[in-house]
Design a protein around this ligand. Structure first.
Ligand code: EPU
Length: 338
């Protein structure tokens, strides 16, 4: 394992922010990872995976450990189900395509999500009505200070909407090395109720969809709304969709009856932040190299050389305007690294 110096991280984060890592090493095995974590000459370590849910704001004066541990194996299998053990460094979407090729169902709605498997539990990734937790069995971690290996079952992960133990009390304390997902081998349960999936299938005149058809529909929808990080730097949704109380919702919807919303429980309503941002006039706006995507206002983009600070300034402007206009406070979903 080689430690390199002064490495640009521009191609290691999907926002394409050009900051430098003072020290950098790539780990391809658990043994490598433990070795890197125990290097005493670099007291501060920074763990980097797919770089798809972070906003870097300054050079990293630490040892950046890039997790690139690969492998997909079958852990358990019966007639109906298979449980896969997927190592952290596998690319999420390539893994989804692999499951579809093997006719394993469950992940099709989560096609084309950027990032790697190891970080998927941190924010319980989700799309089109399905979240990671729906197929999740357990994950393996390494404690960053003791280097001990741990197993976290679903309950221990405390999954919530774009949230988990690893984003809360467990933040920075564990590195996820493998994720176990249970998928169906037959009689797949399709989840096509999310509006635009049905529309997409109808457009293609598919009445009896397969998991591959659902995946293709999701890919088409995502490609029509979300920018490809290889072409335009971004981190997917920059903000979470805010959840407001019933009392606030009644007040909000009396003023904005046209606003989309999802009822989460008797007491909670989720309002799409993309709608709030669009109504605040930001959709498609550009400030220098930082901008709001033209097709989905929830996504902030780096046109080329925006700094992390410029993106933060834009985000702050959006937060303030949405709050003044709607009295709703939106918060970033992306991990901001100061
Ligand atoms: N909307 C607007 N204007 C916009 C964007 C959205 O009015 O510019 C409205 C849409 O018309 C729709 C509603 O907002 O009525 C919801 O939009 P969409 O279906 O695009 O989903 P979202 O709530 O904006 C969430 C996730 C996405 C995920 C999609 C589909 C969060 C923070 N984002 O977005 O996840 O792909 O649903 O399930 O929950 C990500 O996390 O990076 C991400 C892309």
């Amino acid at each position: 394992m080689q430690v390199l110096q002064n490495i640009s991280l521009k191609s290691y984060n999907t926002f394409g922010i050009a900051v430098t890592a003072k020290y950098f090493c790539e780990v391809t095995s658990i043994a490598n990872l433990k070795e890197a974590l125990s290097l005493k000459e670099y007291p501060t370590k920074f763990i980097l995976s797919g770089g798809s849910n972070m906003l870097l704001t300054s050079d990293i004066n630490a040892l950046v450990i890039y997790i690139n541990i690969k492998g997909i194996t079958i852990d358990k299998e019966d007639e109906d189900h298979v449980t896969l053990k997927i190592m952290a460094g596998e690319n999420w979407h390539d893994m989804v395509l692999w499951t579809l090729k093997n006719n394993y169902g469950g992940l099709e709605n989560m096609s084309l999500i950027p990032g790697k498997v190891g970080t998927s539990p941190i924010q319980n990734i989700g799309a089109y009505g399905v979240e990671l937790k729906d197929n999740f069995v357990k994950c393996l971690t390494i404690n960053t200070s003791t280097l001990e290996e741990h197993t976290f079952n679903k309950k221990a992960c405390e999954f919530g909407y774009r949230d988990s133990f690893f984003k809360q009390e467990g933040k920075g304390k564990h590195i996820i090395t493998a994720v176990f997902l249970k998928l169906t081998k037959k009689n797949h349960t399709l989840n096509t109720s999310y509006g635009s999936i049905e529309e997409e299938l109808e457009k293609k005149q598919i009445t009896n969809p397969t998991i591959k058809d659902v995946s293709n529909a999701v890919i088409a929808i995502r490609q029509s709304k979300l920018p490809d990080p290889k072409e335009l730097g971004n981190s997917g949704s920059f903000f979470k969709n805010p959840i407001i109380t019933k009392k606030d919702f009644i007040h909000f919807s009396s003023k904005h009856p046209e606003a989309p919303y999802y009822k989460i429980s008797e007491e909670e309503y989720k309002i799409p932040a993309g709608w709030l941002i669009e109504q605040s006039g930001f959709k498609g706006k550009r400030f220098g190299d930082a901008g709001v995507h033209t097709k989905q206002a929830l996504v902030l983009v780096n046109y080329d050389n925006a700094s992390g600070e410029e993106i933060i300034q834009l985000a702050s402007k959006i937060i303030k305007t949405v709050q003044t206009k709607f009295n709703i406070y939106i918060v970033p979903e992306v991990n901001i690294i100061k």
